[in-house]
Design a protein around this ligand. Structure first.
Ligand SMILES: *Cc1c(COP(=O)(O)O)cnc(C)c1O
Length: 354
């Protein structure tokens, strides 16, 4: 039986995407060929890449606004350095909201001055810093919209005249927003869009070409843009499967529909965390993530019992990250409210039993 998979990433995908992707591995569109053995220069694959690129812009409401989408390799971790390589001439500002921001800062420091505009390190990143100053003389401002490990999410983004760059790996396509306030958005596919192996980068083209260092081709956004995201062999299966997920999302009603569903799922689990005396939430209430709910047991002695109960209920992947401990329920787009209800039932059962 299919498990209720709360894994933080790689994540669950819609059942119909798993089915269609597996069929395409065997025979793509009755062509007698697998999607992973056709030429990436064939019309079939170029059409897949172009549909993926245009669906990404369409779902974010960025069509016709000077943006282009790329499907690159190397994960969000490579974007930590590509952003700085392509855009950091003198000084950039970073908001430090957790391990991923911290890693992005470390890479950027290789290319120029980096100032931490704000940080929530003082409280093990359990909140989103607010009310900080953003200087005028920055090349860009970088933030992480959703902190996968700590379960916090930015609701109000930094305001700046400099280009705003955002790592949206774990909440891309999960909520409505005016995405045109960002000049560059990146996201590893494996949290909310597809399998591991590709990274979506959405760039406002006019921010590029302003620095005077040489950039190796594979790390140069302009090279990838010039080749329509086909500079070298793209990760064909990851792009194809991401495209199927984006199609699914569009058919469902896009970001408005998924946002409503995601909020229902989050409300369901946070209400249980708040009323059940055996559990305690990790993140500050106003900054709680709609994607990853982090919580701990008040009494650690119940751990063995609780762990056995959720496993018995067909639940997978709710162990917390080692830097937070406890539990983390990741409820990405493809997760159904029934799966969240299954976990909430187990939490309620534990209270009745204990
Ligand atoms: C998982 C994650 C990353 C790292 O992604 P990779 O694709 O594994 O490099 C970066 N940022 C955030 C917010 C993440 O959740």
């Amino acid at each position: 039986m299919k498990k209720h998979n709360f894994s933080a990433g790689p994540c669950i995908l819609p059942e119909e995407v798993f089915k269609e992707a597996s069929q395409a591995i065997l025979d793509y569109n009755n062509s007698g060929l697998s999607v992973i053995e056709i030429s990436h220069r064939s019309k079939d694959f170029v059409d897949i890449m172009e549909e993926a690129r245009s669906l990404a812009l369409e779902l974010l409401g960025l069509e016709g606004k000077g943006y282009k989408a790329l499907f690159l390799q190397g994960g969000a971790s490579t974007q930590f350095l590509m952003v700085a390589y392509n855009l950091l001439q003198n000084k950039a500002g970073y908001i430090n909201t957790g391990s991923w921001s911290d890693k992005a800062i470390k890479e950027a420091k290789l290319f120029g001055d980096v100032i931490e505009l704000a940080s929530s390190k003082d409280a093990n990143f359990n909140y989103i810093p607010k009310g900080y100053e953003v200087p005028e003389d920055l090349d860009y401002v970088h933030c992480t919209s959703n902190n996968t490990i700590f379960g916090t999410q930015i609701k109000d983004f930094p305001k700046s005249n400099a280009p705003l760059i955002c790592d949206m790996s774990s909440d891309i396509f999960s909520r409505q927003m005016d995405f045109s306030k960002f000049s560059l958005i990146y996201a590893g596919a494996q949290k909310n869009m597809g399998p591991a192996g590709t990274t979506l980068v959405v760039i406002k083209e006019d921010i590029l070409g302003k620095i005077n260092r040489q950039i190796p081709s594979m790390l140069d956004y302009q090279v990838h843009l010039g080749k329509a995201s086909m500079f070298n062999t793209p990760p064909v299966f990851a792009v194809y499967t991401s495209m199927l997920t984006l199609r699914w999302l569009k058919k469902l009603g896009g970001l408005a529909t998924i946002e409503e569903l995601n909020e229902k799922k989050a409300n369901l689990i946070y209400s249980e965390i708040d009323v059940n005396p055996l559990f305690k939430g990790f993140a500050a209430k106003e900054d709680r993530s709609v994607m990853n709910a982090t919580f701990t047991l008040v009494n650690e002695d119940l751990k063995e019992t609780f762990d056995a109960m959720w496993k018995e209920a067909g639940i997978n992947g709710v162990n917390g990250h080692r830097s937070v401990g406890g539990y983390r329920a990741s409820m990405y787009n493809a997760m159904t409210i029934e799966s969240v209800a299954a976990l909430v039932d187990v939490m309620g059962d534990l209270e009745r039993k204990a």
